[in-house]
Design a protein around this ligand. Sequence first.
Ligand code: ADP
Ligand code: MG
Length: 686
Amino acid sequence: MSDLMKDIQYVKGVGPKKAYKLNKLGIFTLKDLVFYFPRQYEDRNNLKKIAQLENEDKATIKAIVIGVTTYNPKKGMTLTKVDVKDETGFAKLVFFNQDYVKNTFKSGDTILVFGKVKKEFKNIEITSCEVEHLSNAPKNTCKIMPIYPLTFGVTNKELISMIKMVLSDENLKIKEYMPKRIIEKYKLCSIDYAIRNIHSPSSKESLKIALYRIVFEEFLILQLGLFMFKNGNTESKGIKFERHKILTDIINSLPFKLTGAQNRALNEIIEDMSSIKVMNRLVQGDVGSGKTVVALLSLANCVLNGYQGALMAPTEILAEQHYVSLTETLKGFDMNVELLVGSLTKKQKENVLEKVKNKEVDILIGTHALIEDKVEFSKLGLVITDEQHRFGVRQRSKLSEKGQNPDILVMTATPIPRTLALILYGDLDISIIDELPPGRQPIETIAVDKGKRDRAYNNLVRREVEKGRQVYIVCPLVEESEAIEAKAAVELVEELKLEFFSDLRVGLLHGKMKSKEKENIMKSFKNKEIDILVSTTVIEVGVNVPNATLMIIENAERFGLAQLHQLRGRVGRGIHKSYCILIYASKSDVCRQRMSIMEQTNDGFKISEKDLEIRGPGEFFGTRQHGLPELKVANIFKHMKILKIAQQEARYIIGEDHGLYSFENNLLKREIFDKFEYAVKEISLN
Ligand code: ADP
Ligand code: MG
């Protein structure tokens, strides 16, 4: 049985039906099976006494059988209860429809039981039991149990026994593919040792050694693949801009002084623009950190060099806002800025397109409308995407294809930990704006239970409005449909007008409104003709009204933390102290925990880190989104240190042997190709 490429049906007891179910787990061959890793382990060495058991525990006890009873609570159903005891108390083992078990217990037997505890008052039941008879088989008392990810029709027990069967072959030795140099340098165990100990660890220590090897390997392969596959086209020749001297005049004409972080980011951008290489840069900055002006100055530098620039934003509101702020700031510098959005009339659009084509427009700002085929530039030199996470990779590249290797800048306010960014955007250079403009006060955030909703409305909203400030109220998120969300928003406005604010000016903004309507509402809000703006999440990105100082978010528990942070970023944009009230309607611990993170910090990086921790990186880092191979064991948070070491090594390898052509890297290269190819297949299937 030493050929691992054999079909899974080669395992004793696996027929076509079982094989089909295993296929669903991605297991086709024996190799797939032995590389199918546990998701976690249960330490069964840690015995508990019956009196120590708590409800919902998963625990192992050592007990003596007192008696067995079988019931038929319903037709076709059997229930077997086994009474057991130890010196601290009594418990019942419960088996559903497993008639045969009654014959496996005898009074007086000493058994080890692993299972799930249900405790009601003094009554203790243990379900999903796995039982070991100590009198028969006293050998297996020390155990670290692997727990595998499962699918319907394949049990953990089956996987354990199948894997055991394959690995029990004396002649089987899993072939090493990691270069010897790396194994020695990082003191890794062999892949054979790793695989055997990952499935049935002989001790905690050996499990640790095995996991280390796999974690290191997963990170190394991921990084090497990213370096190999993504570096391809950044080598092409781009435009060599200069830092134009008028740029300094524009900077001096701004109504404020750039922050240190803005200056740093701008210099990094201008340096990239001045090189012949195509710029590929990500600007990451928390909400309100002032990314727009950095984009504006980069665009201005591009125009001063005789090229056109484009700025794409995910919503019309945001595009419009950028348009206004760029036109304003660049007034007096002889630059032509135009707006291209879906709501323009046909005539207006044609007019803009004509001017863009004839280079009468220097900077074109817009939504997705920018990537339509009919948009043609005369001399496109710089392409900027704002809030890049709202666009797909393909949409971004479509815009840059409208020029000849234009420089590329993407901006995001969804902060992700730097290490994660380095992995996800392995091909991008990163600038971080980690400083807010001076004078900003942290937004005071308070999470309140739904019961206190009325009080929040009656006191806080009024107080802010009386001070001359304005308020956002964000309606609950409705995943399924924008239409339902819009309806909820309309109803909320009715309720507010009727019950709380009959004397105040309440406005409404939702995704189903026409762009013109939205625009008008935003304008009125900006001009202080509206006191309270009720909105769906369309308000999420970028909107800038410094006089708004209070945001109330209804059903805050439905939002992701990063999204709450984005929403909250709509206030605290001016000199006044701002507040955010999160109203939640859930009593769960996780909800409480999440709300308190929002209360404790205003730092978007910390928030997204916590969010990822709670949700797990799997979702964020899934193969589906990014076309990257799955990390089965490695965890970017838990194993940050190993990740850094693996990254360093990957960089070294690529530096020495970019295509991994050398003999010693050959087998590793095959692993990389296999893993990345599989991930790409997964993506195209979705
Ligand atoms: P974001 O990074 O969220 O896109 P914006 O670019 O919208 O942030 O900037 C938020 C606000 O901060 C704007 O009103 C902008 O004019 C202001 N701002 C930006 N840079 C500075 C600065 N250096 N000093 C003072 N205010 C600034
Ligand atoms: Mg912005």
